[in-house]
Ligand binder design. Structure first.
Ligand code: AP5
Ligand code: MG
Length: 194
């Protein structure tokens, strides 16, 4: 399987690029943020319980997201050429759990693509998205909290992948297609040498 972790701070373009990548490579998109927002929209117990944490820009507990990911892997492994993990893993615990789940289905993370975007641009993009899409966590105050969570809990996950030789830092600035070209060059190279 081709399993890609799309990594990066809030607003770095993970969701945007995931949409383009899954079209090109036929992968299954797994955005834990999207699943949690869908839970909230459905009015489920889980969604309601997590809504407050998400609205504050804090990470939801590992057990909750791990369960979501486990269910998706169980459902789709063997039926799709691979997964794009978007916004997961966000803690070392999640990364280790993901390794275990993938190992169980005879696979592993192929590549981690780190979208590198400076903070002032992240804030600019997310405040712009607030106008267009109205995501409740796209306010100046909550964006700040999300960036702090990212810097204190998530950034270290990149070191795990770096140690495994799987981390590719990609410049996330520029036009969508330019960034997409940088990502596909890395993926195509990995596929050619696999
Ligand atoms: P999640 O939904 O994952 O949000 P996020 O990581 O904060 O990232 P975003 O979705 O805001 O940004 P993105 O990188 O996808 O960028 P996008 O492509 O949209 O998580 C939300 C919450 O859920 C978390 O805070 C947490 O509470 C919870 N959660 C989720 N996963 C969790 C986990 N694993 N563990 C614990 N809690 C979890 O782009 C942003 C904007 O920029 C868009 O408007 C886009 O059009 C624009 N844009 C994109 N690329 C470019 C470009 N190249 N140039 C200009 N504009 C661009
Ligand atoms: Mg996203």
């Amino acid at each position: 399987m081709l399993n890609i972790v799309l990594f990066g701070p809030p607003g770095s373009g993970k969701g945007t690029q995931a949409e383009k990548l899954l079209e090109k490579y036929g992968l299954k998109h797994l955005s834990t943020g999207d699943v949690l927002r869908a839970e909230k929209a459905s009015g489920s117990d889980l969604g309601n319980r997590m809504a407050e944490i998400m609205a504050a820009g804090l990470l939801v507990p590992d057990e909750i997201v791990n369960e979501i990911v486990k269910n998706r892997i169980d459902e789709f492994a063997g039926k799709v050429p691979g997964f794009i993990f978007d916004g997961f893993p966000r803690t070392n615990e999640q990364a280790l759990t993901l390794d275990g789940y993938l190992k169980f289905v005879g696979s592993s993370v192929t590549l981690t693509l780190f979208l590198d975007v400076p903070k002032d641009e992240l804030v600019r993009r997310l405040l712009q998205r607030a106008i267009e899409k109205g995501r409740v966590d796209d306010t100046a105050e909550v964006i700040e909290a999300r960036v702090v969570e990212y810097n204190t809990k998530t950034l270290a996950v990149a070191e795990l992948y770096k140690a495994q030789g799987k981390l590719h830092v990609v410049d996330g600035m520029g036009e969508l297609d330019e960034v997409f070209g940088r990502l596909t060059a890395i993926i195509d190279n990995a596929l050619a040498t696999a």
